[in-house]
Design a protein around this ligand. Structure first.
Ligand code: ADP
Ligand code: F6P
Length: 319
């Protein structure tokens, strides 16, 4: 009988629990022993490892966050740290590990594979910043959470004839701002991948007011500039009353959407299949229809492509 383990690492994402549930139940179905490693790579080093059974993943498919908890762990970037982790895996006879996380977590999985442990990665991050897959677990849920906020802000924005800047997450990736900008009918979308011109944004705002718009929404990806300063700059240049909303970690929580649950479930099952086939150093992806897998090294080399066509479309429609 094979023994395998699962951990969640890096920023958590809604839908991670659905993947954990699928992994645990599928592994048990195939007669494997399945362990949960709590607190990511930190827990691997510190032996936060427990055997999972069918009941330990009951009632979690609809819950945000991760029941295995997550952590960022500098020690795992050192050989000594990883050796401690490997010793713990050997203690339980674990020869395969499924890592749910982003590109940093995948780099850790790659190191595990180099040290003789079969390692498989599942993309879990709301940022959607991995180039090899069209979707990551949590992205769709985050979009819906942001959209709900955009609708609320739009209500009050139109009552007061205001401009509203909404800052969303995404680190170096503007997908959350771009897709919610489209779905929410934003007047402008500001993302790190595409240079912006504040004068042009102001011109568009004033043009909108002239043709009778009662509110304007600007989606701003985090890290571009301080949202408050951005709002102040717009107000100073246009004379339009402006408010700023930073959605922050609300975007990371909440019950996962059906899309995320189904995708995460399929990804978890596919990862178990790979370990059963004695595969290692692979990551799971989703192209919008089918689940597939590829070499981690090749996957990490693929740069995320920004949908500039969608950006241009949003601009046309907000005329
Ligand atoms: P994400 O997986 O969301 O990109 P991080 O970049 O914070 O998040 O990475 C999560 C964890 O993965 C890190 O805290 C560290 O434990 C591990 N990790 C990241 N890079 C490496 C690496 N080069 N070698 C080993 N482990 C790594
Ligand atoms: O999960 C991704 C992400 O939310 C980024 O968009 C953000 O910059 C970062 O993680 C913040 O995470 P934390 O507060 O956990 O460091």
């Amino acid at each position: 009988m094979k023994a395998i383990a699962v951990l969640t690492s890096g920023g958590d994402a809604p839908g991670m629990n659905a993947a954990v549930r699928a992994i645990v139940r599928k592994a048990i179905y195939h007669g494997m022993k399945i362990y949960g490693i709590e607190d990511g790579y930190q827990g691997l080093i510190e032996d936060h490892i427990k055997e999972m059974d069918l009941a330990s993943v009951g009632d979690i498919i609809h819950r945000g966050g991760t029941v295995l908890r997550s952590a960022r762990c500098l020690e795992f970037k050192t050989v000594e740290g990883r050796e401690k982790g490997i010793k713990n895996l050997e203690k339980y006879g674990i020869n395969g590990v499924i890592v749910i996380g982003g590109d940093g977590s995948f780099a850790g999985a790659q190191k595990l594979a180099e040290m003789g442990i079969n390692a498989i990665g599942i993309p879990g991050t709301i940022d959607n910043d991995l180039g090899y897959t069209k979707y990551t677990i949590g992205f769709d849920t985050a979009l819906n959470t942001v959209l709900d906020a955009v609708s609320r802000v739009r209500d009050t924005s139109s009552s007061h004839n205001r401009v509203n800047v909404i800052e969303v997450m995404g680190r170096n990736c503007g997908d959350i701002a771009l897709f919610t900008g489209i779905a929410g009918g934003a007047e402008s979308i500001v993302i790190p991948e595409i240079k912006f011109d504040i004068d042009h944004i102001c011109e568009r705002l004033l043009h909108g007011v002239k043709r009778g718009k009662r509110h304007s929404i600007i989606m701003l990806a985090e890290g571009i500039m301080e949202a408050k300063k951005f709002g102040e700059a717009l107000e100073a240049r246009t004379g339009l009353e402006t408010r700023v909303t930073i959605l922050g970690h609300t975007q990371r929580g909440g019950s996962p959407t059906a899309f995320d649950r189904v995708m995460a479930t399929r990804m978890g099952a596919a990862a178990v299949d790979l370990l059963m086939a004695d595969e290692s150093n692979r990551v799971i992806g989703y192209d919008g229809a089918e689940i597939y897998d590829m070499d981690i090294h090749e996957a990490l080399a693929i740069k995320h492509q920004t949908r500039e066509d969608l950006y241009e479309l949003a601009k046309i429609l907000a005329i």
